[in-house]
Design a protein around this ligand. Structure first.
Ligand code: ADP
Ligand code: MG
Length: 356
């Protein structure tokens, strides 16, 4: 949903936050296009919330600037930024009904009564809480409370919606439903969204683009497919999905490059592969082949796990390296037992080369 050519709706320029001698956020720059859904993804403590709170205006940056559209909002208070924020703990007023919770924000923004009533009714409808408008938060499930929190923010029609792990208090099934729900509302309203999560699947399924963060820094920005297929660093390769890593070096001329693993074996590479000290390959790209296959790696199956639709094998190579391989459970797919000798291979194009 990126609008090519239009200026960014949100622009972060060299944003940093220093606490004592800790750089909680370091030099983060990012452009978010109008209507785009961007996820900030990274492990706990990597600086996601701090970044979001600087965007919202709750935390003053140590350096850098925040632009909403053309306006530099770095020094504006939160209520003057045209930004709405949805929190993990919903932050609803317990003594107010659903309707009153939603209307409250509109009152604060001094909207006329008729407009308030209309907007409140509209968003209650939008999030599917029509029959619950007169209930109190304690009479609602977690998912319903999250819907109210969302409706309350959307009623203000902000230009930008910020989410800080809004689904992490919900159980797995509801979490998936709410993913779809939030996306539907975001698409329908066209609001620009910045969504913080430590959950890779959440980021992958929801976002137009993902910003992977580690230790206060941006590691990589890209579409979910980009980040999965072409991670730039070992951290990203590892965080964004299962991966096998081989240490070694790239050798040979441009048209015939190979990766010589420390373990001794040689892996083919695409033409003109760059220099690298680590080669990564996703478990599902690995195929089991006949032992006589050219270039195949011999090994022994040392573990078999049946995980719903896939079978996960660990294959131990003569070098001692352990490779994880995943195959779809389908009819006529050969299955292997622990202790069985096998051979594995994968297309050179599926080798991901990473700098040290
Ligand atoms: P995340 O949301 O990715 O889990 P945070 O942005 O909350 O990470 O925190 C990033 C780092 O900054 C953490 O090491 C955290 O302990 C530290 N931090 C956050 N807020 C403060 C604060 N107010 N004072 C000192 N350190 C903080
Ligand atoms: Mg956080």
């Amino acid at each position: 949903m990126r609008s090519a050519g239009r200026p960014a709706d949100l622009r972060l320029v060299g944003l940093s936050k220093i606490y004592g001698d800790l750089a909680a956020v370091h030099d983060v720059s990012l452009d978010v296009a109008p209507g785009e859904f961007v996820a900030l993804l990274g492990p706990s403590g990597c600086g996601k919330t701090t970044t979001l709170r600087m965007v919202a205006g709750f935390v003053p940056p140590s350096a850098g600037a925040v632009f909403v559209g053309d306006a530099d909002v770095t020094r504006l208070p939160p209520e003057r930024r045209d930004i709405g924020m949805v929190f993990q703990n919903y932050a609803l007023f317990p003594h107010m009904t659903v309707r009153a919770n939603i209307e409250f924000g509109l009152k604060c923004h001094r909207l006329a009564r008729a407009e308030r009533v209309q907007r409140t009714a509209d968003v209650i409808d939008l999030v599917g809480l029509g029959t619950m408008a007169d209930r109190y938060p304690r009479q609602l499930s977690g998912g319903q409370q999250q819907r109210v929190a969302l409706a309350r923010v959307m009623a203000l029609r902000p230009r930008l919606l910020l989410f800080d792990e809004p689904l992490s208090n919900l159980d797995a099934k509801l979490r998936e439903q709410m993913r779809d729900e939030i996306l539907r509302l975001q698409r329908q309203s066209g609001v620009t969204a910045l969504f913080v999560t430590h959950d890779r699947d959440e980021a992958m399924t929801m976002a137009d683009r993902i910003v992977v963060m580690s230790k206060g820094r941006v590691e990589q920005v890209g579409t979910p497919a980009d980040i999965y297929d072409h991670p730039c660093t070992r951290f990203v390769a590892d965080f964004i999905g299962a991966a096998n890593f081989f240490e070694g070096a790239v050798e040979g001329p441009g048209d015939c490059r190979v990766f010589r693993c420390r373990g001794g074996h040689v892996l083919p590479l695409p033409t003109n592969a760059p220099s690298a000290t680590t080669l990564a390959v996703r478990p599902e790209r690995i195929a089991f082949v006949a032992p006589t296959t050219d270039g195949a790696l011999a090994g022994i199956v040392t573990r078999v796990r049946h995980v719903a639709s896939v079978i996960e094998y660990l294959v131990t190579l003569p070098s001692g390296e352990v490779v994880s391989a995943q195959v779809q459970r389908r009819h006529a797919v050969p299955q292997f037992c622990e202790g069985e000798a096998v051979a594995i291979t994968w297309p050179p194009a599926d080798s991901i080369l990473l700098p040290s």
